[in-house]
Design a protein around this ligand. Sequence first.
Ligand code: AMP
Length: 400
Amino acid sequence: MNILVINAGSSSLKYQLLNPETGDLLAKGLCERIGIDGKFTYKPQVAGKETLDAIDVAMPTHSEAIQAVLDALVDAKNGVVGSMKEIDAVGHRVVHGGEKFAKSVLITDEVMAAIEECNPLAPLHNPANIIGIKACQALMPGTPMVAVFDTAFHQTMPPKAFMYALPYAYYENDKVRRYGFHGTSHKYVSGRAAAMLGKKPEELKLISCHLGNGSSIAAVDGGKSVDTSMGFTPLAGLPMGTRSGDLDAGILQYLMNKYGMNIDEMLNVLNKKSGVEGLSCVSSDFRDLESAAANGDEKAALAQEKFAYEVKKYVGAYAAAMGGVDAIIFTAGVGENDKAIRSMVCQGLEYMGVKLDETANNTRGKETVISAADSKVKVLLIPTNEELMIAQDTASIVKG
Ligand code: AMP
């Protein structure tokens, strides 16, 4: 079985063709500058096939982008499947499923309408996801399509975790609550953690740290998300590459009044100019922070410390929320690659049974137990694979 996974943004579209049973990747790539001019990248993972790297392909709309993807996949010379018939289904990443979707779902007209109803909750992302689905439906009639939501995994949170202490009417009338994001990643690494530990997900209390350009942490008790750090939007929780994470809402009024900013300008600061980039005045990239800190840059060192400190606070909070923790998972760009951040997070957690093995921690990008043999709480490095999770969900829904 081959599943095409599509992650459509407003002017870009990432894709992978993979086998959900074996995890084998046949091809992956990217369409960029959709609606501008169009750049197409195709990376077949089969020996002897040629890569296309950011070549010019006119992409006035997402339709031409998806047509370019399909043409490349079935191309007589460099394609990886014989025909479109060998693409069994398409799995679409959809950012927001609101309270309507607690799991992945086969896309029907009713589902499309329900996804559109979630647009106000993710105005930058959901409309682009919908455009991608519609373009695929038009070019692949008869091929089943599945929507996999970033928010779905967190729909198991109890009200005490997802409610804000605001007037209740804002929840009832306006759906203002914590939704949480990165659900596909948290679900995937939680499943892998159970496999690595030889336990059933139901037996485990896990803290999943997805630390990348965007970062979130989830408390996963018995295989279910019971709390997560992102909130109504992906701006909440940890400081991130350029996002502030949580802050005192009173700061907004103070800065907006002082500098005559409107709310859009203020949110632009919080989303694009804050986080470790804002704090360090160096970069949003943790590699740059590390080398700047090594050269004595104090603000870069502070940004690393602040980030690790906030991650550590969530670890403590979620251990308390779950009444214990069996394993802490590090994943995504920073979590998988930055041994210094992992080490800083774990330092001082010995009292709760966390003992990092610094030699084992000196690795990156592969599934590894990085805690000491006698660590009561296991610490795991698990590369995330959201595309494989989307493909597996899609396959199981299509097979019924
Ligand atoms: P992601 O959003 O999961 O793709 O993560 C991207 C981020 O991972 C980058 O912005 C970097 O901050 C971080 N990253 C990637 N590679 C490394 C590395 N080798 N060391 C430290 N951080 C890294």
